[in-house]
Design a protein around this ligand. Sequence first.
Ligand code: ARG
Length: 563
Amino acid sequence: MAKNEAVLAALTAVLPDVDEASIAARIETPKDQTKGDLAFPTFTLAKTLRQAPQQIAADLVAKIDDSAFEKVQATGPYINFFLNKQAVTADTLTTILAAGQSYGQQDTGQGRNVTIDMSSPNIAKPMSMGHLRSTVIGNALANLANKNGYQAVKINHLGDWGTQFGKLIYAYKTWGSEEEVRQDPIATLLKYYVTFHEKAKADPALDDEGRAWFKKLEDGDPEAQRLWAWFRQESLKEFTEIYDRLHIQFDSDNGEAFYNDKMDAVVTALSEKGLLESSQGAEIVDLSSINEHLTPAMIKRSDGATLYMTRDLAAAIYRKQTYDFAKSLYVVGGEQREHFQQLKAVLELMDFPWAKDVEHIPFGLITFNGKKMSTRKGDVVLLKDVLDDAHELALAQIQEKNPTLANQDQVAEEVGAGAVVFHDLMNDRTNNFDFKLEEVVRFEGDTGPYVQYTNARAQSILRKAGVAVTTEDLHLDDERTWETVTLLSKFPETVSRAFEQREPSVIAKYALSLARAFNKYYANSKILTDDAGRNGRLALVAAVSTTLTEALALLGVQAPAEM
Ligand code: ARG
């Protein structure tokens, strides 16, 4: 930031008639280091100044006060600024050491709320890889929202309502046992559900039984209610074990059922606005006036039952009333794109001015060693197993590299879970990708453990130095440190960009670049040598560790001090 400001100040001083914002917008970072650290193209000035761009560049360079720079030169139509590396380095390191973990904190959000609908698995089923993505992307976006000065509200919109729970209750009562469910809740409930579907193929009358139980549930039948509440509670307990391993907490787990008593109001409002139409006994909202390609939103089924959409409408309105959000994000797989287009379209038709703040954040599909994850059939890859395997792989590497490390088990957990989360977040959100655990948990390459290991290495240097780093004496060998320092100085703008683009991968890629730059420096420098540059080098190490730790924290990844 400070760097751009120096360039902007120099340019506005010699271009008093040009609007400052338009100058700022045109300052570029050249790809080629020999063209300086920042550049300003003069093309757009040619018209007003009635001169050739080359001439303008040369004239301006002659006038610019270059005392704050190493040099300023004209290259054809460009003005190239070479920053004073000493000054930028001292400035960057001083800022980071003073700020600590709050380095990069922005105030863009001014404390306004951003609701984040994330994770939201369906109860009585194992959490899928899709829900893992929603969980970790949602959590990273929440951290990024906070870092940008918003207040994140993390909502686990549990799939805890719908006709399938009638089937499940019927299956439990017919083939199940309390004992068995207690032993292993989700797996057992999934088994009942699968059994129900198998038997219903031969005997369609079972579907009526399922429907009847769902009707009882909707009508508040005590037994149906009790079983539903129990299934929900057991499911949430199991989900929470995973959330704990990922260090994720929610501000609300109001799921779909929470909106049962809030849907009548929505249906009434839609009907009063004249938006509701009957179609083959069902109630729908036509959306063609918003977008001719959108299919109508289904509000009530022909049997009077409300739907996923109805509950989402009630939830959207409830969230606006409760949190007065600046943005309402829904981190849900790309396959629900149309659902969220419909949701937003209905809210627009209802004339809610905040409909524009409702945003679907889709993401791509993960396959696991080439296999798709599915919960309908029995062949699921359980997230718990993935985390356990990652833990084992991390532990094996720790035992090889650092056999005397204390609390190996805890570190292995932080590295294993961190590896899974980092890999998920390092890919562009909407890309599909395959997940091969051996590659994900490696300590080298584009992995979370590589970043964690780099940070642990930095921590170990600081421990060895055994002195407090000061900002008094920051002499550094610029040629070696410049790449690292430049990256460090870009953390605040990276934090803004990642949130603006709703893209945690921006942070993951940044952390990898910073780790790589630092390791290159580390390999070629004797950091602990007792000479005049020692404090400066240690300050750089401390700044790298602070920034890497914070980047990992934004992603929801732990940064062990030793590994
Ligand atoms: N439970 C849903 C599913 O597993 C995801 C819910 C997403 N959130 C929402 N507000 N619709 O597909």
